[in-house]
Write a protein that binds this ligand. Structure first.
Ligand SMILES: [Zn+2]
Length: 251
């Protein structure tokens, strides 16, 4: 799509990313997403709108609270920038309304899912459930022809991960199973390469940990799987169909 749309998507993504930081911080703590407004986590001083401008607020304050000078994690502007770049990438690379809608919704769900799973080793239903419904509504409104593929891919991914979770309960939780089902609704058949990437990266990370700390300690180190699924899903969203075609042509 043309450059003005991509710039609008980038700016919208920065603002959405700022809200996703709030979601990732407050949802696991059971706090309201709307009230109160942004506060410094250290001194609870309200953050003025001009200090809360995505990325630039953090840069202008050199990553410190204006009131107490406590440092503000670089994760916040990094997440805002990453969300902005992903939104821009979706709008720049996708050309039909359903794909754009799915890409923006998927990004908005995966950013807080990744952060919360890294922080507290949990993937909240409060994100996967509404995000799953949103994917189906987008399909129903924008391209009914995609809905059967969404449903079959969602069911297959859910069943595959449910089997994995039952066979290997320490490696995978029900949050991962529900996330896999959600990804099927977003990706259709491209959920297969997404799961493959996630499993390969997850196994590689597990082996790297075992190599560093030894097998006994390594097996006890729980690695959250959500971030791998999120990474695999984004790769699959952008290049999954090409990969599936490439694979089908050669094998
Ligand atoms: Zn402060």
């Amino acid at each position: 799509m043309s450059t003005p749309y991509v710039i609008v998507a980038l700016l919208a993504g920065l603002i959405v990313g700022s809200f996703l930081n709030v979601v990732a911080y407050r949802l696991p703590r059971g706090e309201s997403l709307a009230h109160p407004g942004s506060r410094c986590p250290a001194c609870a001083a309200p953050i003025a709108w001009f200090d809360n401008v995505p990325v630039f607020g953090w840069l202008l304050l050199h990553g410190r609270c204006r009131s107490c000078r406590a440092s503000i994690a670089w994760r916040y502007p990094a997440i805002e920038a990453a969300t902005g770049v992903l939104f821009a990438l979706v709008v720049a690379t996708q050309d039909d309304a359903l794909r754009v809608a799915l890409g923006l919704l998927l990004t908005s769900a995966l950013v807080p899912i990744t952060l919360i799973d890294l922080d507290v080793r949990r993937i909240p239903d409060a994100i996967t459930l509404p995000a799953s419904i949103a994917a189906l509504v987008a399909g129903l409104l924008l391209d009914m022809g995609f809905v059967p593929e969404q449903l079959s891919a969602g069911a297959a991914a859910f069943a595959f991960f449910l089997a994995a979770a039952l066979l290997y309960p320490r490696g995978m939780g029900m949050g991962d199973v529900k996330l896999a089902g959600m990804l099927g609704l977003y990706l259709g058949r491209a959920v297969a390469p997404a799961m493959l990437f996630a499993l390969l990266a997850g196994v590689a990370a597990g082996l790297a940990i075992i190599a560093r700390v030894g097998a006994a300690q390594g097996r006890k180190t729980a690695v959250p799987f959500g971030p791998f699924l999120a990474g695999g899903a984004l790769i699959a969203f952008f290049v999954g169909d090409e990969l599936a075609d490439w694979y089908a042509e050669r094998f």
